[in-house]
Design a protein around this ligand. Sequence first.
Ligand code: PFF
Length: 456
Amino acid sequence: MEEGRSSVHGSWASRWTFILAATGSAVGLGNIWKFPYIAGENGGGAFVLVYLLCVVLVGVPVMMAEVMLGRMGRASPVNAMKKITRQVGLHGFWNGIGWLGVVGGLLILSYYAVIAGWALYYVVEMASGRLQGATPAEAAGTFAALLADPGRLVFLQSAFLGLTLLVVVAGVSRGLGTAVRVMMPLLFALLVVLLGFAARQGDWQAGWDFLFSFRADHLTGAGVLTALGHSFFTLSLGMGAIMAYGAYMPERASITGTVLTIAVLDTLVALMAGMAIFPIVFASPGMSPDAGPSLLFQTLPVVFGNMPGGLLFGSLFFFLVTIAAWSSSISLLEPGVAWMIESWRVNRVVANLVLGALAWLLGLGTVFSFNWWSGATLAGGTFFDWIDFFTSSLLLPLTGLFIAVFVGWLMRPGTVFAAMGDDPRPLLRAWHWVLAWICPVAIFAIFAVGLYNKFH
Ligand code: PFF
């Protein structure tokens, strides 16, 4: 193997495998569970617009930089950054980009597995037929009963983490490639079916207005920070995932085209999920769009419980939510595992067990946030609220800021352009300019306003 050309962990078979894997990472609970509910909490349309702007102006440029850094370093984020800072003669402080990624990935995985466990539960619950004909109140009752039962939540969290470990132990390129090739198109197809249902049975116009009509008065500084944080979260940025995946990318594939494809697919899934859910919410008495984290798990069971074929489609839908979460959680674990293999010289199994156990332990905090510790709040937020805020709204944008400054300002443009490959030079110049000027300013300004708003 030629030094620097491929990682010790292997590489994707083709550019398309990379696109599928990265889309698998990007499309997850963030799109189907989180986006609809934070859009709901932040008043809809104006929030969606800010989110889209963040994806285009900040998310896409930072993602291109992350893929580039990964491909240059050809190792786990920590060691890739070490190699690059040495190569370009910069201070070791910048290795922090890699460390933040690995640590942040594990933090997110800890609560991600808990929520994905809920989806797992609903696969069985829908298939059992118990939710057939459920009223909104009954569906809410089922969900409340689940959250009140820590034993069951820990079991589900453990099952989901087990699934994640299973794939990461086997090596990402082998297990994951096949799974996402089947599951991603299926997920799309099901969303289309759901959209059709929402159009027929729901209040389509109200849903549309809610998501796409601009009401600036609904937007707060904290809402803008949430939108920025979410654009990072949904594109899997700032957590080492995309950097780690970039390390396994073919040498000559176009980064611009690849990243744009991933971003478009990811955004499409989020908007489709929103349009599948909100028309139903508005058509169902007693349901409100600002239900928070429970939105997906209380509204969709009602939808499916009352549609022809709902038993099948309902369980299939939650199965696919689980799969979407699965292909994301793998990318949260992989950077840490790759780092451990490289730096501790342990094998994949040991690395998986150690990091899996860590994520599991930390995840208990999220489990208890919904029952035993639900009253133990700090400034109104539970453990789960805080770990979510800390990772999505602070860690991700901060790492993004560092990446933008590192690639936009500190690396020599010649080195950057050479590493980007054969994309048209004017395009790359425009990207570099946005990365150097727009991204840091936008991230910084949104940080300042958002934090001021949250704590005032
Ligand atoms: N992008 C994933 C989602 O939207 O659900 C979550 C995620 C995966 C975030 C991987 C960060 C990451 F590194």
